[in-house]
Design a binder for this molecule. Structure first.
Ligand SMILES: *[C@@H]1O[C@H](CO)[C@@H](O)[C@H](O)[C@H]1NC(C)=O
Ligand SMILES: *[C@@H]1O[C@H](CO)[C@@H](O)[C@H](O)[C@H]1NC(C)=O
Ligand SMILES: *[C@@H]1O[C@H](CO)[C@@H](O)[C@H](O)[C@H]1NC(C)=O
Ligand SMILES: *[C@@H]1O[C@H](CO)[C@@H](O)[C@H](O)[C@H]1NC(C)=O
Ligand SMILES: *[C@@H]1O[C@H](CO)[C@@H](O)[C@H](O)[C@H]1NC(C)=O
Ligand SMILES: *[C@@H]1O[C@H](CO)[C@@H](O)[C@H](O)[C@H]1NC(C)=O
Ligand SMILES: *[C@@H]1O[C@H](CO)[C@@H](O)[C@H](O)[C@H]1NC(C)=O
Ligand SMILES: [Zn+2]
Ligand SMILES: [Zn+2]
Length: 578
């Protein structure tokens, strides 16, 4: 008990210290949160502090975050006592009965207590963590200490303490006589008196049906002085929903209002998300979700309304010839083992490429490592075209994008660089329905390897479920898919990713000749993926110029081969829709 009282005293509301004597407060004393850093022995001014705003568009899925195991969370006899300690309402748990493990935690943690943060009596919100800038009415913290560590050791270890954060939202229609009403019946403004809990309430009763497989994870601190940076934080995605009247009881009955610390800077930290979390900001190409293309600019950190957006309509009359747009050098585009997995992202079909595929020259000025390729298409009805770029207002049936990352940059930096990414765009049209052209000789030579397209589209049956992926084991090369398209004849302009967050970091190469593919194989894209018309509407050119390579007779792939069979580590780039 001695062991724990130090921890409780230091961090999470003292058992013994009176509010009046307290060296710190949220409001109404000299040591408000802005001054906590000046308290003796304080870490409150360090750079891994809690709480934070969780920006769900910047979290990284961590596939090594498994489910939690909870011991005795369902027991109705582990919530031992209640105390209003002058800072919060705290419920103390029976010692050595309640435990937490799994969930990516290193070891087993013994749960000590839970307590709350809230706003005021008119439901001014008071959660500590914010979710995409939104503060919830309340937050519950379940505090656990790593088994085998003393309090002092735990506070000195980066992972000595595990805190579970549950956001709480109010509803008017819920049941006001829930387990929460039993709990709130203990709330009092009498401070520092520990009262025994006589009701049978379990922790599970309080958490209710919040999905505990969906959570965010980051390394942080205690949210009260001395703010030790010893806490592995878990904040669950779904809020606990309780009746508003129960939320109001916390300020009303305890006399404390607005007891939450302001959010702290994330600094260099990464917030991770368990694989089960769903993206809160769903975007789509039609009106079936909150963020259709005309609203993409409202998404957090979006560039979708800026002046250098893609795709565009290429007006051939206005194109300027540029002598510097030379032939490309392609490496391992002819490697039949360069394909990794193929994924149905819900927005496109995407093929990951293995390490060692790259391209250079072509007026790019840098070498770019080729990461993935994916497709844009229309509907399965034969009249509907779905390329992203247009040429003289003509849309092609499909478009393939081959995406490469500047070799000297990490993805994070590439997404902030003018030319961090290079995308090669190839139009695709049916080989049995050539578009009208005087140049009939050209049509005959533009054959891609239909066997390769057949092999690729064969995998689509296995990825009909969104997010599913399979490994490509057939021999397919990028060259096979591109076929004989003249790769020296292309348009060049500066643009953006064509999916949120539309970062303006893409050097676009749009090849003039389309790849010819059997219509039946093209139909596999909408039919097997289960969605159609996956292209962004055209964007304004603004003051940009579209350049064109000088037409040359030389055609066909120009490849060098290197056999580096390393797997790609930049998994986040692979998740990019673009
Ligand atoms: C985690 O829990 C969820 C829901 O209870 C379940 O569907 C899933 O299979 C579990 N995952 C593992 C790895 O146990
Ligand atoms: C906690 O769990 C253990 C192991 O299942 C069990 O023996 C014990 O009775 C439980 N304690 C309470 C208070 O429910
Ligand atoms: C897990 O905890 C143990 C003991 O506390 C420690 O020795 C080990 O380095 C930790 N492992 C990781 C991956 O943090
Ligand atoms: C809480 O619930 C209300 C009513 O359902 C909802 O309008 C509000 O957005 C929720 N609050 C937060 C922070 O999500
Ligand atoms: C709590 O549970 C115990 C046994 O599990 C039971 O004897 C007791 O009557 C219950 N108390 C209340 C208030 O329901
Ligand atoms: C797709 O999901 C359904 C239901 O979730 C499942 O039964 C089926 O096996 C899945 N199919 C594939 C190819 O993974
Ligand atoms: C793209 O932008 C860069 C830097 O602003 C500029 O040097 C280059 O000429 C532009 N390229 C095209 C094709 O507009
Ligand atoms: Zn707390
Ligand atoms: Zn694309």
């Amino acid at each position: 008990m001695q062991l724990f009282s130090l921890l409780l005293g230091l961090s999470l509301g003292a058992v013994v210290v009176r509010a009046a004597d307290s060296p710190w407060c949220y409001i109404g004393c000299s040591n408000t949160p802005a001054h906590w850093k000046d308290l003796p022995g304080s870490f409150c001014g360090e750079n891994k502090q809690s709480p934070i705003n969780i920006n769900t568009s910047n979290v990284k899925i961590d596939h090594n975050l498994p489910n939690f195991s909870f011991l005795n969370f369902s027991s109705q006899h582990v919530i031992k006592s209640f105390i209003n300690n002058g800072h919060t309402a705290k419920f103390i748990l029976e010692e050595n009965e309640v435990e937490l493990s799994g969930g990516g935690l290193n070891g087993t943690y013994s749960s000590l207590q839970f307590h709350f943060h809230w706003g005021d009596t008119v439901l001014h919100p008071g959660s500590e963590h914010k979710m995409d800038g939104k503060r919830y009415p309340m937050e519950m913290h379940i505090v656990s200490i790593k088994k085998g560590l003393t309090t002092a050791e735990a506070l000195n270890s980066k992972t000595g303490i595990a805190a579970l954060g549950f956001l709480i939202n109010g509803t008017e229609d819920g049941d006001p006589s829930s387990p929460w009403s039993k709990l709130t019946s203990y709330l009092t403004n009498t401070e520092d008196v520990e009262v025994t809990i006589n009701h049978n309430i379990s922790i599970d009763d309080l958490i209710g049906n919040v999905d505990r497989t969906k959570f965010y994870r980051y390394m942080g601190s205690l949210t009260t002085p001395n703010c030790s940076e010893a806490v592995v934080w878990t904040v669950f995605q779904e809020p606990i929903i309780i009746h508003e009247s129960l939320i109001k009881m916390f300020p009303n009955k305890t006399g404390h209002t607005n007891i939450f610390r302001p959010v702290q800077k994330l600094n260099e930290r990464q917030v991770y998300a368990s694989p089960a979390t769903t993206t809160i900001h769903e975007w789509c190409y039609d009106d079936s979700c909150e963020f259709s293309p005309s609203k993409w600019h409202l998404l957090p950190h979006s560039f979708c309304n800026d002046k250098r957006q893609s795709p565009i309509n290429i007006e051939t009359e206005s194109v300027v010839t540029d002598e510097h747009l030379s032939a490309f050098t392609f490496n391992r585009f002819n490697d039949k083992k360069a394909f990794g997995n193929v994924t149905n992202t819900g927005h496109t079909v995407k093929c990951k490429l293995k390490e060692g595929v790259w391209l250079s020259d072509g007026g790019l000025g840098h070498r770019y490592n080729t990461i993935q390729l994916h497709f844009h298409w229309g509907s399965s009805s034969q009249v509907s075209n779905g390329s992203e770029h247009l040429v003289d207002s003509q849309r092609y049936p499909m478009e393939m994008h081959i995406l490469s990352l500047r070799a000297d940059l990490q993805l994070k930096d590439a997404l902030n660089e003018d030319n961090g990414l290079a995308v090669l765009a190839f139009f695709i049209e049916a080989n049995n329905e050539a578009k009208s052209s005087e140049d009939s000789e050209q049509q005959d030579t533009n054959q891609s390897d239909m066997e390769a397209w057949k092999k690729l589209t064969n995998y689509f049956s296995a990825i009909q479920n969104i997010s599913s992926e399979v490994e490509i084991t057939d021999d397919i090369s990028i060259d096979d898919l591109i076929g004989n398209v003249n790769r020296n004849d292309y348009y060049r302009y500066n643009g953006s990713l064509t999916t949120p967050t539309c970062n303006e970091v893409v050097v676009w190469t749009v090849f003039k000749e389309p790849i010819k593919v059997d219509k039946n194989l093209m139909m596999m894209f909408p039919n097997k993926a289960g969605y159609e018309d996956v292209f962004r509407p055209k964007q304004s050119l603004h003051s940009r110029i579209v350049y064109s390579s000088k037409k040359s007779g030389c055609s066909g792939p120009h490849s060098v081969s290197l056999f580096l069979l390393l797997t790609l580590t930049s998994s986040s780039l692979l998740r990019l829709g673009e």
